[in-house]
Design a protein around this ligand. Structure first.
Ligand code: ZN
Length: 65
């Protein structure tokens, strides 16, 4: 088991965004992406590590386009 897997099992660290906050801001990030603006790095880190939110984000992005 590598360090990344262990970190995921332990859940988000204090400086990482939780799913609730991520979900609240999905719309905002989709809008940013559509405008060609950089996505919030904390948001991106969460999406990279959380398949649930990443899926939701992809669906919203698809819908917005
Ligand atoms: Zn999440």
């Amino acid at each position: 088991m590598d360090a990344t897997t262990i970190e995921r099992l332990l859940g988000p660290r204090a400086d990482e965004m939780g799913c609730d906050e991520c979900f609240d801001r999905l719309d905002e990030q989709v809008e940013r992406e559509l405008r060609g603006q950089p996505v919030d790095p904390r948001m991106k880190a969460h999406l990279d590590g959380c398949p649930t939110c990443a899926e939701e984000y992809a669906a919203l992005l698809e819908f917005a386009r």
